[in-house]
Structure formats: structure tokens, C-alpha cells
Design a protein around this ligand. Structure first.
Ligand code: PBG
Length: 325
């Protein structure tokens, strides 16, 4: 009780604050996502994500090296093909854009390469799988995902990250990888991926918005946390090495529930909408952008994430290196 207890005692000086700090954010916690676009020859700014550019293949190796030099252990790749078709066939092309990007990075850098596995960037209709009468056919889609996984692993990906939310996708991908001798390629499962408005800017960047309908037949209802834990449990049983919660900020409770429930590595995806709303406010001078980035990332770590996928990765790593906060 007061006056014996005074919480401010340990807050008085920087050093004592440092002693009682419970959560530390480092470059190790970050994964840097970027877009490789087959149809461009120069870096192309993404209007709805200030500071983010889609990269031509020729810039990819450099970008990965920048991340590695800043101490970031992994990059996450999204491919935007020059041609889209009904099936999304360029997703499993050996010479597809993501496959080439992985090979480019592997030539020059030791950074861990994670590849997003979905079909929405590759299909003309923008849906995540094979359409039959306007609906995504789950099991047919799994056959396509298996081919994509094999081709990404064949190009040298270290970790495959299926984001399509099809039932059984982790098991199908694990089996497909093992069948081709890729038993050491890991799976980062987008397990609790919610049907979120926070993906808006990404869909501009990846040119992947669905041409009709939405993604609610597979992505989760934002209201559900028990169901999120069940998705994670299923993915672990199917062979996921890392589970993910996405988006991060509006779902910190889901991250902390996952942390209590499971002993496996947990990733959180600080998605495009979270990035853009912070940047937009910072550009107007309404908030202190740098401090808000660090506070945001710290909160995701404190909630229980072991790794954070964030478009802020490079600037955050620079700030961490500079020791500022
Ligand atoms: C699907 C995918 C999406 C994101 C990552 N993987 C988009 C979607 O589900 O519509 C969103 C990432 C972000 O918003 O930053 N390939």
C-alpha cells in the first residue's frame, strides 16, 4: 500500500527503467516482406503504401542484402506475374517470378527466404484457389498448392507460407514437399488469418483483389478467438513448424491466447493497412511516426509473437541499430 509502495521509484532514472524492462525488440524479431513484379523494369511506388515499392527482379538481390546487412534474418516474398490466367498457372512455373526471385537472393545472400503460397496474385479472377461455379473448390485447390510448394522449394525457398486458408493445406503441402525430398523445408502456416479490411493496400500492391465476391468462405470471422486456436491446433497436427496470426494489431488478444496455448514459434503479420494508417498520419504530422512504429512492434512482441512480419522492417532495424526509440 501507499506510501510504502511507490511505482515511480524505478521509473525515475533511465537505468532503473532499463533494469525492469520486460520486453526487448531486436532485429532478430523482424521479417521483411516485399513484392516482386514481373511486369516492371524499375522500382514502382505503391500509392496506398507510402515508402513501399514493388521491385523488378533486378532489384531483389539488393533488397535482400540490405535486410541481411541490418540484421534481419528473413524476407517474405510475394510475386506478381506478368500474365494471370483462370488457374493461376504461373504460380507453379519453374521460371515464375517468385521462383526466379528466390534463386536471385540465394545467389548473393544467406538470409532465410520465406515464400507466400497463394493463388490470388496469379489468377485472373483474384480468388485464392480453383473456381467451380463461382466457388473455391477446396480439394482441387490443394492439388495446385502442392505444385506451387514443390516449385518454390525447388527454387530454394527455406520456408513455405501458405496463406490461402484452404482446409488441409498444411498437410497437402507437407506431403508434397516430402515426396520430392524437401523434408527440411519448413512451413509457416497463416493459421489464424481473418477476413480483414486491413488487407486493402496489399491488394492494390499485389493486384490481387477478388474480381467478385469476397474471401469470407475461407478467411476467419474477426469475432472468433476459440476458432482461431482450433485452426492453429489443426495446422500443428498437419505439420506446421510456425503458426501465424494475421492481422496483428486488432488481434493482439489472439496472439496472446496462442502464446498461452502452444509451445511453438508464433509469427504475427503487421499487415498493409496497419502500415498505411500509421504512415498516413505520420505524413500529416499528426503522430510521431518513428516512435509509433517502435511502440507498435513492441506491443506485438509483448503480446507473445516470436517474429513480426512488417513493412517497417528496414526502418525499424535502422532505428534499433541506432539505439533510438
Ligand atoms: C494472400 C495474402 C494477402 C496478404 C498476405 N497474403 C491478401 C489477402 O488475403 O487478400 C495480406 C498482407 C497484407 O495486407 O499486408 N496471398
Amino acid at each position: 500500500m501507499f506510501p510504502e509502495n511507490r511505482m515511480r521509484r524505478l521509473r525515475m532514472r533511465p537505468k532503473t527503467r532499463q533494469m525492469v524492462s520486460e520486453t526487448v525488440l531486436t532485429q532478430n524479431d523482424l521479417i521483411y516482406p516485399f513484392f516482386v513484379n514481373e511486369g516492371i523494369r524499375k522500382r514502382k511506388p505503391i500509392p496506398s503504401m507510402p515508402g513501399v515499392e514493388a521491385l523488378p527482379l533486378s532489384e531483389v538481390a539488393k533488397e535482400a542484402k540490405r535486410a541481411e546487412a541490418l540484421g534481419i534474418p528473413a524476407v517474405l516474398l510475394f510475386g506478381i506475374p506478368a500474365m494471370k490466367d483462370e488457374e493461376g498457372g504461373s504460380a507453379w512455373d519453374e521460371n515464375g517470378i517468385v521462383q526466379k526471385a528466390v534463386m536471385e537472393i540465394k545467389r548473393v545472400s544467406d538470409v532465410a527466404v520465406v515464400t507466400d503460397l497463394c493463388l490470388c496474385e496469379y489468377t485472373s479472377h483474384g480468388h485464392c484457389g480453383a473456381l467451380r461455379k463461382g466457388k473455391i473448390e477446396n480439394d482441387e485447390t490443394l492439388r495446385l498448392y502442392a505444385k506451387v510448394a514443390q516449385s518454390q522449394a525447388g527454387a530454394g525457398a527455406d520456408i513455405i507460407a501458405p496463406s490461402g486458408m484452404m482446409d488441409g493445406q498444411v498437410a497437402a503441402i507437407r506431403a508434397a514437399l516430402d515426396e520430392k525430398g524437401f523434408e527440411d523445408v519448413a512451413i509457416m502456416a497463416y493459421s489464424a488469418k481473418f477476413a480483414s479490411a486491413f488487407y486493402g493496400p496489399f491488394r492494390d500492391a499485389a493486384e490481387s483483389a477478388p474480381k467478385f465476391g469476397d474471401r469470407k468462405s475461407h478467411q476467419m470471422d474477426p469475432a472468433n478467438v476459440r476458432e482461431a486456436l482450433r485452426e492453429m491446433e489443426l495446422d500443428l497436427n498437419e505439420g506446421a513448424d510456425i503458426i501465424m496470426v494475421k492481422p496483428a494489431l486488432a488481434y493482439l488478444d489472439v496472439i496472446s491466447a496462442a502464446r498461452r496455448e502452444f509451445r511453438v514459434p508464433i509469427a504475427a503479420y503487421n499487415v498493409s493497412g496497419e502500415y498505411s494508417m500509421l504512415k498516413a498520419a505520420a505524413q500529416r504530422g499528426w503522430i510521431d511516426g518513428e516512435r509509433m512504429i517502435m511502440e507498435t512492434l513492441l506491443s506485438i512482441k509483448r503480446a507473445g509473437a516470436d517474429m513480426i512480419i512488417t513493412y517497417h522492417a528496414l526502418e525499424a532495424a535502422e532505428m534499433l541499430r541506432g539505439g533510438s526509440k
